[in-house]
Design a binder for this molecule. Structure first.
Ligand SMILES: C[S@@+](CC[C@H](N)C(=O)[O-])C[C@H]1O[C@@H](n2cnc3c(N)ncnc32)[C@H](O)[C@@H]1O
Length: 410
């Protein structure tokens, strides 16, 4: 049976090359069974075929397009997509120095709902939609056959996505030795720096490869400040397992690494030791949205990286998210040295570049009361690395933004 999804007359203009998600409120009716294995046909209110995609019968996002036009995708679209994604990563030439990277990036690789991250000898397959959950056996079998790893594969089907999409949550381990024994921890190299992180269940797939190149960029900016008499001082707020901290410390900085997760901090300390920078990295448990009153956070800092969790899950959260960012930034700015840097990160696609600028400007306005006159200028903007391809125009896929500012006295 085929599934046909018919748009409402007032669904708004749908450009299948950019508008990859069709929401329930745009849909007049669905013809066909509630079958997440179906390739659904999308038609407008005049029955003109617009494209084909993956059907999520129970989700607010009913359809995620695979292709526009009159022709359905070929029967082996999934295998072709996986092969193209892996070939794309091989072509990046990341080399032996980087064994932690994203192998499949959902819509960016034409495989909506599927994320695959590599951690050395293991890969973590993260499933976030019902149609991908329904195809889990084929995906795992293809990867195991065509890209086998010495360790194996861990499949993560998180509870939040499972509830939204209506599939069963769970965690599966498919070890190469045929057992379901997973690794004690994830291990990988990032630009030659060794890292470990907790194995799933953990944050996301285990670690944040999207910031890999930004960590090196940030460390280079910090190191450029090292010509001064003392080593540059860095505050890494939301450090997770210490990626930014260790990159900066390896280039001479002393770092205060903050997270509210004791487990993340334990791994950050282990990573500092493995990178021979323990003496330069102090870990502190604190709430980044709290008063930040711990003495170690007093500053002054030459550079601050502020990398919060996803603060705006929907547009409705935007006002609250901006206020939370602004409040923390207004506490941070007085602790930033003259000409010091603030790298503000967001992994919420609802928070655009303009919103990040607004948070910093508003924080600057508030901080004037405590820190005297001053202003910020923006030096740079960074996104995710090339192992996180984005389908142009797919706004939801463009989630990572890092805006780098400098505090100026005049
Ligand atoms: C996006 S991740 C940061 C990734 C990290 N900077 C990196 O490069 O790998 C957000 C981090 O913030 C931490 N976190 C979440 N809420 C927090 C809070 N209220 N206070 C402090 N840390 C928090 C999480 O444990 C997580 O490690």
């Amino acid at each position: 049976m085929t599934v046909r999804i018919e748009l409402r007359r007032d669904a708004g203009k749908v450009d299948p090359s950019r508008d990859l998600w069709i929401r329930r409120r745009q849909v007049a009716r669905v013809l066909g069974p509630p079958d997440p294995t179906a390739i659904a046909e999308l038609v407008d209110h005049r029955a003109k075929v617009l494209g084909f995609g993956l059907y999520s019968p129970d989700s607010g996002i009913v359809l995620r397009l695979l292709c526009g036009g009159q022709q359905p995708p070929p029967p082996d679209w999934l295998e072709r997509g996986l092969a193209a994604a892996l070939a794309g990563r091989a072509a990046l030439g990341l080399g032996a120095e980087t064994t932690g990277f994203r192998e499949v990036n959902s819509e960016g690789d034409g495989l909506p709902g599927l994320v695959v991250d590599r951690f050395g000898d293991w890969r973590v397959v993260q499933i976030t939609t019902a149609p991908i959950a329904a195809r889990r056996p084929e995906i795992c079998a293809w990867l195991a056959e065509h890209a086998p790893l010495a360790g194996g594969q861990i499949v993560v089907m998180g509870e939040a996505a499972a509830e939204l999409e209506g599939f069963a949550p769970g965690l599966e381990v498919h070890a190469r030795d045929g057992t379901d024994r997973g690794p004690a921890q994830l291990e990988w190299l990032e630009h030659g720096r060794p890292f470990v992180a907790p194995a799933p269940p953990a944050q996301k797939t285990g670690a944040y490869h999207d910031q890999r190149d930004n960590r090196s960029r940030f460390a280079a900016l910090v190191a450029a400040r090292g010509a001064r008499e003392a080593p540059p001082r860095v505050l890494d707020l939301g450090c997770h397992v210490g990626g930014f901290s260790i990159a900066a410390a390896r280039r001479g900085a002393t770092v205060v690494a903050v997270d509210q997760s004791a487990r993340a901090l334990e791994f950050a300390a282990r990573n500092a030791a493995a990178n021979a920078v323990s003496a330069q990295v102090e870990t502190v448990a604190a709430d980044m949205f709290g008063d930040l009153a711990a003495p170690a956070l007093a500053g002054p800092f030459d550079a601050v990286i502020f990398d919060p969790p996803k603060v705006a899950r929907s547009r409705r959260d935007l006002g609250r998210a901006l206020e939370a960012l602004t409040r923390t930034l207004s506490r941070l700015l007085p602790r930033v040295a003259d000409d010091g840097l603030v790298a503000l990160c967001s992994c919420s696609h609802h928070l655009g570049w303009d919103e990040l600028d607004r948070a910093v400007l508003d924080a600057c306005g508030r901080a004037v009361r405590t820190a005297g006159p001053g202003r910020v200028v923006r030096l740079d903007r960074w996104g995710a690395g090339p192992d996180h391809p984005i389908s142009p125009g797919h706004r939801e896929g463009e989630y990572l933004r890092v805006a780098v500012y400098q505090r100026r006295q005049t």
